[in-house]
Design a protein around this ligand. Structure first.
Ligand code: OFO
Length: 165
């Protein structure tokens, strides 16, 4: 059975994952109307779906452990970006915040001696390492590309396969 504190903290994470999904969905919609960003568009749509999956996984866990998962109201995400680079900087920023919040949850699970939740959270710890790595890789590549149009073309092509492991 989840403690009240743990339940609230996990529900806060449900909100965070839902908000991530929403933020990446907005990035996807913005990218879709930019010329030549087909790969990037797919990447953002896929990431939005993944975050929704992270949210669902938490919802099931909370309910299975005798809690009640609360479906949260969402904030309006940022809708437009001055450049692709800015969008990816925002993505990395967002992932770093999510990692921080997962780490706080792990901390809480240890304080509460809730080893089941601690074990459950390890999946998120690994997932965040991978997502941070990918976001950094994208940012590094875009830094190299700068304003070079052919570089951007290649980035858009390569990103279609970058996160398929
Ligand atoms: Fe990338 O945020 Fe979920 O875990």
């Amino acid at each position: 059975m989840l403690s009240k504190t743990m339940q609230e903290a996990l529900n806060q994470q449900v909100f965070m994952e839902a908000q991530s999904s929403q933020a990446y969905l907005a990035m996807a919609s913005w990218a879709e109307i930019q010329p030549g960003l087909k790969g990037v568009t797919q990447f953002f749509f896929r990431h939005s779906e993944e975050e929704r999956m992270h949210m669902l996984k938490l919802i099931h866990y909370i309910n299975e452990r005798g809690g009640f998962a609360v479906v949260p109201a969402l904030e309006q995400p940022v809708l437009t970006f001055v450049s692709l680079k800015k969008a990816f900087e925002k993505l990395l920023d967002h992932e770093l915040k999510v990692s921080g919040s997962i780490n706080d949850l792990v901390d809480l699970s240890l304080k509460e001696k809730d080893y089941a939740t601690h074990n459950f959270l390890q999946w998120y710890v690994n997932e965040q390492m991978e997502e941070e790595r990918l976001a950094r890789e994208c940012n590094d590549k875009l830094e190299l590309v700068g304003d070079d149009k052919s570089g951007l073309y290649l980035f858009d092509r390569d990103i279609m396969t970058m996160d398929q492991d």
